[in-house]
Design a protein around this ligand. Structure first.
Ligand code: ZDP
Length: 285
């Protein structure tokens, strides 16, 4: 008999996830193929990814794993971890002072519920070495280097926020044809693990407008790790302050790259939409 799988659908600025309470076992209850089925917007529930709340690991309170809508597994997910904090809170899961210490494949991440109903996340430190991105573009850091994509030369900066990001600054972010250009960045030969790609317009030094093409998920409405990577790239290029609002298609995120400890802090919303149970004959085994 197929297992009963209960879920709650959440979104963070329109970046949407099917959240599953998987605290009883370290093994996700769905396979990557089943996650693809669940994420399908016509044949399934519809989501950019499936997120599992897993038991504690390596000194953390809980662990998170995520499958993208194409079944690939990213190391980290910024909007998703805000949703996870709210989900754990709804499940009555304990947290010291509203802070959850979450183990992810991208390291320890600490989301905190705030009084206004938002979630602030300590996203840890950015990694900048080319080998850490990973990219073959340079031997050291990739800051403002030329890259040929789709018959054009783009100036790119690469940042790893647990997952890989390639940022490029443009005059008019609305003029970018994401569906055509995005996949060519994602699958470019210089990114062995593929990459998320952010197109960024600097409106003011404290206000950046960004559109994202996500690895494994395509043109999502928001990307938390991408917003953090964007501010790091903007600071490295002398284009923004360390604290900035990043406006995404789904709404704004406030990002602060602390000079004191080199950590990124992200604040934004996470919203529960509905709960349900997958039909017993829905999942393919
Ligand atoms: O790195 C990847 O493969 C991303 N698709 C993961 C998801 C990132 C996300 N949008 C975020 O907010 O960081 C969830």
């Amino acid at each position: 008999m197929a297992p009963t799988v209960a879920f709650t659908k959440y979104h963070g600025l329109g970046n949407d996830f099917v959240m599953i309470d998987n605290r009883h076992s370290p093994e996700p209850v769905l396979t990557p193929e089943q996650a693809v089925q669940v994420c399908d917007r016509n044949f399934g529930v519809g989501a950019d990814g499936v997120i599992f709340a897993l038991p504690a690991q390596e000194g953390a309170d809980y662990s998170m794993r995520i499958y993208n809508s194409d079944g690939s597994e990213p190391e980290m997910c910024g909007n998703g971890i805000r949703c996870l904090a709210k989900f754990l809170h709804e499940l009555g899961a304990e947290a010291e002072q509203g802070r959850y210490r979450i183990h992810t494949l991208g390291g320890l991440i600490v989301p905190e519920l705030t009084a206004d109903g938002q979630v602030t996340v300590d996203m840890g430190e950015p990694r900048l070495l080319a080998t850490e991105i990973p990219t073959t573009l340079a031997s050291e850091k990739v800051v403002n280097l030329p890259l040929e994509v789709a018959g054009q030369t783009w100036q790119v900066t690469c940042v790893n926020m647990g997952n890989p990001h390639c940022i490029t600054f443009v005059e008019d972010v609305d003029a970018i044809s994401l569906a055509e250009i995005g996949p060519q960045f994602e699958h470019h030969a210089v990114f062995p693990q593929r990459t998320n790609t952010e197109f960024v317009q600097v409106v003011r030094p404290d206000y950046l407008k960004m559109r994202v093409w996500e690895r494994g998920a395509g043109p999502t409405l928001a990307c938390g790790t991408g917003a953090c990577a964007t501010v790091v790239a903007a600071v490295l290029n002398g284009r923004s302050e360390r604290q900035a609002t990043v406006e995404l298609p789904g709404g704004p995120l406030l990002i602060h790259w602390s000079a004191a400890d080199n950590h990124l802090h992200m604040s934004g919303p996470a919203q529960a939409v509905f709960s349900g149970t997958l039909a017993s004959d829905f999942l393919k085994s």
